[in-house]
Design a protein around this ligand. Structure first.
Ligand code: ADP
Ligand code: F6P
Length: 324
């Protein structure tokens, strides 16, 4: 018979995301409510390997639901990618009597959780990334805050772009995924949206579009460029030379990862954190909490990592029609 859960650990890993604190709070408070001990692990897998582990109580997570970042800190850890690193981490969990671990992060962090599960530590993943690029879930903690932060910033760039009758290239985060670019592109009414999943590297097409828009009397031309395509500054120079329209590049960068989480991020984080603890108490392991088709569900990590998702064609196509 499986050993009853007594102590769980919680860590945040990979890029931070607004709402991670709400998820930590939910894990801690719902575990305490079930009579479990909770240990907070600082700086992700790096902190686990360095035994930066502390007991958490209800007060440890007071006054954090509204905070961006993660009170536990996060890291990217090379040592944990190795078999030796993973074995050492599993031994440390055993040394601290951690029978269940909640890992809040992205796909990479889930691969780590999967490795620990195979070494006998019950693990549950909670999707936390601003990129929305975890295939098994329609929602990832941090996305809503990030797109709202970016949208507000882009509105400001739009004001000055219109006053000066300029083209503005605004680069948003997303090295491999264009969801932030697509959402901001539509929500900010951008004339062009460049997504890593779709961009054909045809700058002439953009130049032609700008020339046509100018003829129609448009006072600005907003281009939302995803980080995965990048090179916004050099693109601006080439576009200005080819169109004669003054062009500026703005890279929004890490501001998109910070700030107080929106209500939506706090809500999803709170529910997902609590579900992660429920799953551990049911004796489940190697699973990830997800929100799919309007419901909270969970998947085997192996199955979740094998899933793929792409930018919805309809949304991409409509973005072009709406910006004409
Ligand atoms: P995210 O979780 O946001 O996708 P990363 O891909 O940077 O972020 O992963 C976070 C951490 O998870 C890495 O630094 C590493 O410690 C661990 N990790 C990533 N991929 C693996 C893997 N294949 N096996 C074991 N651990 C991994
Ligand atoms: O995964 C979230 C993310 O913000 C990506 O959009 C971006 O490409 C990456 O992290 C940036 O990572 P770093 O914090 O290492 O610059």
């Amino acid at each position: 018979m499986a050993k009853q859960m007594e102590t769980i650990g919680v860590l945040t890993s990979g890029g931070d995301a607004p709402g991670m604190n709400a998820a930590i709070r939910a894990v801690v408070r719902s575990a305490l409510a079930k009579g479990l001990n909770v240990k907070g692990i600082y700086r992700g897998y790096q902190g686990l390997l360095e035994e930066e582990i502390e007991d958490m109580n209800a007060h440890s997570v007071s006054d954090i639901i509204q905070l961006g970042g993660t009170i536990l800190g996060t890291a990217r850890c090379e040592e944990f990618r190795t078999e030796e690193g993973q074995k050492k981490a599993a031994d440390i969990c055993k040394k601290y009597n951690i029978d269940g671990l909640v890992v809040i992060g992205g796909d990479g962090s889930f691969r780590g959780a999967q490795a620990l599960a195979h070494l006998g530590i019950n693990t549950i993943g909670v999707p936390g990334t601003i990129d929305l690029d975890i295939a098994c879930t329609d929602y990832t903690i941090g996305f809503d805050t990030a797109v709202n932060t970016a949208m507000e910033a882009i509105d400001k760039v739009r004001d000055t772009s219109t006053s000066h009758e300029r083209c503005s290239i605004i680069e948003v985060m997303g090295r491999h995924a264009g969801y932030i670019a697509l959402w901001c592109g539509i929500a900010n009414g951008a004339e062009d949206i460049l997504l890593p999943e779709r961009y054909g590297y045809d700058e002439q097409k953009i130049v032609n579009h700008i020339i046509q828009s100018r003829k129609k009397g448009k006072k600005h031309h907003l281009i939302i460029n995803a980080e995965g395509i990048g090179h916004s500054a050099s693109m601006a120079k080439r576009i200005e030379a080819a169109t004669g329209m003054e062009t500026r590049a703005t890279i929004l960068g890490h501001m998109q990862r910070g700030g107080s989480p929106t209500c939506k991020d706090r809500m999803y984080a709170s529910i997902m954190g609590a579900i992660a603890v429920d799953l551990l108490c049911e004796g489940k392991s190697n699973r990830v909490v997800a929100y799919k088709g309007g419901d909270y569900v969970d998947f085997e990590i192996d199955e979740a990592l094998a899933m793929t998702k792409d930018i919805p064609d309809y949304q991409y196509d409509i973005s072009k029609i709406l910006s004409r």
